[in-house]
Design a protein around this ligand. Structure first.
Ligand code: PDD
Length: 288
């Protein structure tokens, strides 16, 4: 397979030649942000939403963004077109750039856009559900999609040891907020519940809320660990996962131990939503 083409700091280069100077604040201090989207049949899904979230992340950490939304979108399209994957994972990265004292941010952030063939969860995760753990790690500035996933990596390494695929953040007052790379939902008494704050505003979460609102009462509310264990159904969402049912939390069976009916219904509706975006209204859009 040929090497993917990345955009880095003004140039398109083969992935294995894409480099950043070591003095970049992203490398020295983890100061930088990213966003992550996918394509369906070569068409970027919710590109504008992802780029706007990127700008929101940048603003929240005071990172300069010398590019316009249109410029960033054009670079994403060009990276996607140059690679030509049917279903691509696209990462937009903005690093802090050079800093005179390796601490204070300057005004020369660097932009990179990477594309790879997407890797989605194995089919059995959708059919049988997955296990998750909970972690006492916390994200600082949870509404920012920061490059720093230190707590996430440590938590997922622990989760994998017991066969779980994801770890859910659990606060000191025993609320559960989101996964390390996903948002969290439960069904209880026919209602769909998900936290409103203290989370990354997931783009998949937003689509799920939109699709679900036509069928189910939706409640945006804090969730406790007890809510999670006692839920009728649990699922997590992300760009690569879409909707994945959760059947175990910290080794305890939840939701009867199999993917729930409402979750499966939402999985269908999510797919139908994507298909509608791809086929309608007249011809194929540049992005969905
Ligand atoms: N992560 N919460 C966190 C902390 C995340 O990192 C992600 C996504 C989500 C879900 O957001 P979305 O639906 O927009 O993908 C929620 C990506 C997939 C990643 O880090 O690889």
């Amino acid at each position: 397979m040929t090497s993917p083409v990345y955009y880095v700091d003004g140039r398109f280069v083969p992935a294995d030649q894409a480099t950043l100077p070591l003095g970049d604040l992203a490398i020295m201090r983890g100061y930088g942000i990213f966003d992550f989207l996918r394509t369906y049949r070569r068409v970027p899904f919710k590109l504008r939403e992802h780029v706007l979230r990127l700008y929101s992340s940048a603003e929240q950490i005071g990172l300069a963004m010398p590019w316009s939304v249109g410029e960033v979108e054009a670079i994403v399209h060009e990276t996607n077109d140059r690679n030509g994957y049917d279903d691509a994972a696209i990462r937009i990265v903005v690093t802090g750039g050079p800093s005179p004292d390796l601490m204070m941010p300057g005004q020369q952030p660097r932009l990179a856009v990477m594309a790879e063939p997407i890797s989605t969860p194995p089919e059995r995760q959708y059919a049988q559900g997955v296990g998750v753990t909970t972690t006492r790690m916390a994200r600082i500035l949870p509404t920012v999609k920061s490059l720093n996933y230190l707590g996430a990596i440590l938590a997922v390494v622990e989760a994998r040891k017991i066969g779980a695929v994801e770890a859910i953040y659990r606060t000191p007052d025993d609320h559960v907020t989101e996964g390390t790379r996903s948002n969290l939902f439960i069904f209880r008494g026919g209602k769909l519940l998900t936290p409103e704050s203290g989370i990354l505003p997931g783009i998949t979460r937003q689509v799920v809320l939109e699709v679900a609102a036509r069928e189910y009462p939706v409640v945006l509310t804090d969730l406790t660990y007890a809510d999670l264990l006692g839920a009728d159904e649990v699922f997590i969402t992300s760009t690569t996962k879409e909707i994945v049912p959760v059947v175990k939390v910290d080794g305890q069976v939840v939701g009867g131990g199999r993917p729930g009916e409402c979750t499966q219904d939402l999985m269908e509706r999510f797919k139908a939503y994507v298909d509608r975006c791809l086929t309608g209204p007249s011809h194929r859009p540049h992005s969905l």
